[in-house]
Design a protein around this ligand. Structure first.
Ligand code: ADP
Length: 469
């Protein structure tokens, strides 16, 4: 771009210089021409003798005037660089002349009123003279020629030419230098950006671009880039956390199994003892496989590979069915399991995934509500969708915990919850599925006042089901 700019500048300057030179030359020539015209007319009127009607032009007198010894006339002519002569039109003879220059008389010169530039030899130098020929009205056979040397004008033209060339050379060197300098300066922040960007890798995502660039566009670029880096860093952080948590969760059942097996194998056991040991291993294997399935589902959802079947779901039917599945578990804890589900709540979605949401929420409600408590499942139309509420009379969730409970592997009371079988993934999965359906999930709760989970789902999918949260 800089090179194109320079080329354009160079061509423009050459054109401007040529036009300027030609304009000055034409103006100078016009000056000379009008000067000659004025002088020729003045000389013609001076030569006219009104008293001698027969012969108003006295050639002899003119010769005398122009002769070398006539100091006044000669010095005037020399100072003004003028040359004057009279020509006989018919013969081409020079009747009188102020200087003996070797300038031939041509017939066109003699017969026409014209301007002409003539070169002639003087002291071995070629001199140029601009001639103006004027036919004399009072002496029809005679033409007056006034000339002026073009030496001064050629000098001025030379000076103009030199100045323009110097200017061209000057700007021709200065422009590329300043262009190079400016381009370099403009590239400094870009180079810094490239260097910083090159340093950013998986291991170190903390580097950020300097956003105090002088150019607004670069500043915006740096801000956008930094915002992108923030998002990438957070995503990486979440990913690392997820992997670390997953490994941690896997380690617990594995170490329980290992310890159990070591203890069992440390001495010979009765068949009943072996049976107990195997049952406990089986329980942990079940936990592990449940965890593996859940993790797989989350990873698939994250990489947009989760199969999502979109079809009409009868939510009323589905809710009643899931609630009934928990009937015996609720009775076991003497929990009153109520339901207030409106009929014919139809919506578009993935039935299996929605069952999972409701299942996780009711499971939590029954799991965390102490014996003798209450759990109520409600569903009704809400604006242009459906609202499901799962309410319990359990311990409730403190406000500061509420923002975290949908995070992966987040458990409020880790030691207590593990005994109840949770990985801290139930709500994360529920949220992910609700998000995929374009809905929302919220919790309304206060400590010791139970919890209410509110899920709102649109009747139809407006967006693609794969939404990155
Ligand atoms: P978990 O599998 O451990 O139940 P969840 O993701 O389902 O994990 O829940 C996260 C945390 O939120 C739980 O550890 C629990 O402490 C809290 N929680 C969830 N549901 C309820 C509820 N109905 N009442 C009280 N606490 C709840």
């Amino acid at each position: 771009m800089a090179l194109w700019g320079l080329l354009l500048l160079g061509v423009t300057q050459v054109i401007v210089s040529i036009v300027l030179y030609l304009a000055i030359s034409t103006w100078l020539e016009n000056q000379v021409n009008s000067n000659l015209l004025l002088t020729a007319n003045q000389v013609a009127s001076v030569l006219y003798d009104p008293e001698d009607i027969e012969n108003p032009l006295d050639i002899a007198d003119v010769r005398l005037q122009l002769a070398d010894h006539n100091i006044a006339t000669q010095s005037f002519l020399r100072d003004q660089l003028f040359f004057v002569r009279l020509i006989d039109i018919s013969s081409g003879d020079i009747l009188a002349t102020s200087a003996d220059y070797d300038i031939p008389v041509t017939t066109s010169q003699a017969n026409e009123t014209s301007y002409e530039t003539v070169g002639f030899l003087e002291n071995d130098d070629i001199d140029e003279i601009r001639l103006y020929t004027l036919g004399l009205s009072y002496a029809p056979q005679i033409a007056l020629q006034v000339g002026v040397s073009l030496e001064d004008i050629r000098e001025i033209q030379g000076d103009v030419m030199r100045i323009l060339v110097v200017l061209l050379v000057f700007t021709g060197t200065l422009a590329p230098l300043s262009g190079w300098f400016l381009a370099n300066r403009a590239l400094v922040p870009i180079r810094a950006t490239v260097r910083t960007a090159a340093k950013i890798n998986e291991a170190d995502l903390t580097q950020r671009l300097d956003i105090t660039a002088s150019e607004v566009e670069l500043e915006q670029l740096a801000q956008t880039f930094n915002a992108m880096l923030d998002r990438i860093e957070q995503a990486f952080q979440r990913q690392r956390q997820f992997t670390a948590d997953a490994a941690h969760e896997l380690r617990t059942p594995l170490s329980i199994m290992q310890t159990g097996l070591e203890v069992t194998l440390s001495q010979s056991r009765s068949p009943v003892e072996y049976h107990h040991a195997l049952v406990s291993v089986q329980e942990e294997v079940q936990r592990l496989s449940q965890l593996a399935n859940t993790l797989l589902m989350l990873v698939r959802a994250d990489s947009h590979e989760l199969p999502f079947e979109k079809k009409e779901v009868d939510l009323s039917l589905m809710l009643n069915m899931v609630v009934e599945q928990f009937r015996s578990a609720a009775e076991e804890k003497q929990i009153a399991l109520e339901r207030e589900v409106a009929a014919d709540l139809l919506l578009e979605g993935d039935e299996d995934r929605l069952i999972q949401v409701v299942f996780n929420l009711i499971d939590n409600a029954i799991k965390y509500t102490p014996e003798g408590g209450e759990v109520c499942v409600m569903a009704q139309r809400f604006k242009d969708g459906v609202e499901i509420k799962i309410e319990d009379s359990g311990p409730g969730i403190a406000l500061e915990e509420q923002i975290h409970i949908f995070d992966r592997f987040y458990r409020i009371d880790t030691s207590r919850n593990r005994n109840r079988g949770g990985f801290g993934l139930g709500l994360a999965i529920a949220k992910r599925i609700v998000d995929l359906h374009g809905g929302t999930i919220q919790v309304v709760s206060a400590v010791e006042h139970g919890a209410q989970f509110v899920v709102r789902l649109p009747l139809q999918q407006r967006t693609q089901p794969y939404i990155k949260v």
